[in-house]
Ligand binder design. Structure first.
Ligand code: FAD
Length: 341
C-alpha cells in the first residue's frame, strides 16, 4: 500500500520469507532465502528488523524447527486443511490479511511456480510493487531501501529496482541464486499460529489433487556438486553422449544451453540461464558454450568454472577459472578416460 502520513514507513519492519513446502518438506529455496533475509535484517537492525518465515499448508507440525535453525527469528504458521493444496485465491487472501496485520517491510519468495503465481496476486491486493526473478538483493545504506537487482531487456542490462513509496517491498528469487547458510541447530524463536477465516475459504476454484511433473524434470541440477553443460558446440543430439559420459564419470548432472534446447537436442529441464535454471555447483564445466549473458546469469556464481571451447575468445573463456582451448570431441573423452581409470 502507498505510504501516507498515517501509514508511515517506520511502521513497517521485519523481513518476511514466504515459505514453501514440497512433498511435505521445507523447499530448499525457502532455506536459501532465510539466509539472505538474515543478511538483510542485520542491515536494517536500526529499524528493529527480524527474520520472519510465513508458512501456509496442512499438517506442518515440527517444520518450524528447520526454519529456526536456518535463521528465522519468528515463524508464523497457518495450518488448515483448506491449505492442503495450493489454491492461489485462498493463499493470496490469507497472506494479504497477515501482511496488513504484521506490516513487514520486505517480503521475498522463491520464483517457483507457486511463488510466481502467488506473489503477483498478493502485490495487487496490497497495491505495492513486485520485482520478479531477482538475482541480487541488498540494502541501500543511505535510504535503507531494498535494492532489487535483475536482468532486463533480454539480459542486455542489469537493472536495480527500488520501491520507495509502497510497502512491503516484494521480490521473487529463483532457486540457486543464494546459498543455504550453515544451519544453527540450537536456533530457536517465536512461533505464532494464525488461522484461515471462513470467508477466505470461499473460492470458485477447487483443487482436487496436486501432482509433480514427471520424467526428466526430476533431474536435479540444484543439488548437483558438478554440472557438465553442453552447448551448440556438441553439434547434435548424439553429441551430448560425451557430455553424459563425463557427467557420469564425475557423478554430476547434465546442463544445456538454450541453443541446444531450441534445436531439440535435449529437454528444457536441463536448461541453465535466464530462462532456465540458476545453479551454483562447486564445479561447472561448460563445453562448447559461448557464454552469452543470458547463459552466464544462470551459472556465474558457481565456485569453480571450467570452459572447453575451440575459440579462445569466447566470453565464457574469460570468465572461466580454467579455460581449455580445443575440440570438445577430443578433449572431453581424454578427461573422462583419466577420471574413469
Ligand atoms: C530473452 C532471452 C533469454 C535467453 N535465455 C537463455 C538461457 O536461459 N540460457 C541460455 O543458455 N541461453 C539463453 N538465451 C540464448 C543466448 O543468447 C545464446 O543464444 C545461447 O546461450 C547460445 O548457446 P551456445 O553457447 O550453446 O551457442 P553458441 O553461442 O552458438 O556457441 C557455441 C560455442 O561452441 C563452440 N564450439 C563449436 N564447436 C566446438 C567444438 N567442437 N569444440 C569446442 N567448442 C566448440 C564455439 O566456439 C562457440 O563458442 C536467451 C536469449 C534471449 C534473447
Amino acid at each position: 500500500m502507498k505510504l501516507s502520513e498515517l501509514d508511515r514507513a517506520d511502521n513497517y519492519n521485519d523481513v518476511w520469507v514466504l515459505g514453501e513446502i514440497a512433498e511435505g518438506k521445507v523447499h530448499r529455496v525457502t532455506l536459501e532465502l532465510l539466509g539472505k533475509a538474515k543478511d538483510l535484517a542485520e542491515k536494517r537492525i536500526s529499524a528493529g528488523s527480524k527474520v520472519v518465515c510465513l508458512l501456509l499448508g496442512h499438517q506442518l507440525d515440527g517444520l518450524e524447527k528447520e526454519l529456526f535453525s536456518h535463521h528465522a527469528d519468528k515463524v508464523i504458521i497457518v495450518d488448515d486443511e483448506a491449505l492442503k493444496f495450493f489454491n492461489d485465491s485462498i493463499h493470496a487472501s490469507v497472506v494479504t490479511r497477515l501482511v496488513n496485520k504484521y506490516k513487514p517491510e520486505i517480503m521475498i519468495s522463491g520464483a517457483t511456480s507457486k511463488g510466481r503465481s502467488l506473489m503477483p496476486l498478493v502485490a495487487v491486493k496490497l497495491e505495492t510493487g513486485l520485482t520478479a526473478d531477482c538475482t541480487g538483493l541488498e540494502i541501500d545504506e543511505d535510504s535503507g531501501l531494498l535494492l532489487q537487482t535483475r536482468p532486463a531487456y533480454g539480459g542486455n542490462i542489469i537493472a536495480t529496482i527500488k520501491c520507495e513509496d509502497y510497502r512491503p517491498q516484494m521480490s521473487t528469487v529463483r532457486q540457486g541464486v543464494f546459498k543455504v547458510q550453515p544451519e544453527d541447530v540450537s536456533g530457536t524463536g517465536e512461533l505464532i499460529s494464525e488461522f484461515v477465516l471462513d470467508e477466505e475459504k470461499q473460492t470458485s476454484l477447487t483443487v482436487l489433487s496436486e501432482e509433480g511433473l514427471d520424467g526428466e524434470s526430476r533431474i536435479n541440477l540444484h543439488d548437483a556438486n558438478v554440472i557438465v553443460t553442453g552447448g551448440r558446440g556438441v553439434k547434435n543430439a548424439d553429441g551430448f553422449k560425451v557430455i553424459h559420459d563425463l557427467a557420469d564419470a564425475v557423478g554430476g548432472a547434465v546442463g544445456a544451453s538454450r541453443a541446444t534446447i531450441d534445436s531439440g537436442w535435449i529437454s528444457y529441464s536441463h536448461q541453465v540461464g535466464q530462462t532456465g535454471l540458476t545453479v551454483q555447483p562447486e564445479v561447472y564445466i561448460a563445453c562448447g558454450v559461448s557464454g552469452q549473458i543470458q547463459h552466464l546469469v544462470g551459472m556465474q556464481s558457481s565456485d569453480f568454472i571450467i570452459a572447453i571451447n575451440k575459440d579462445p575468445d569466447a566470453p565464457i573463456m574469460h570468465l572461466a577459472d580454467v579455460a581449455i582451448v580445443g575440440d570438445l570431441f577430443e578433449v572431453i573423452p581424454e578427461i573422462t578416460k583419466l577420471l574413469s581409470n
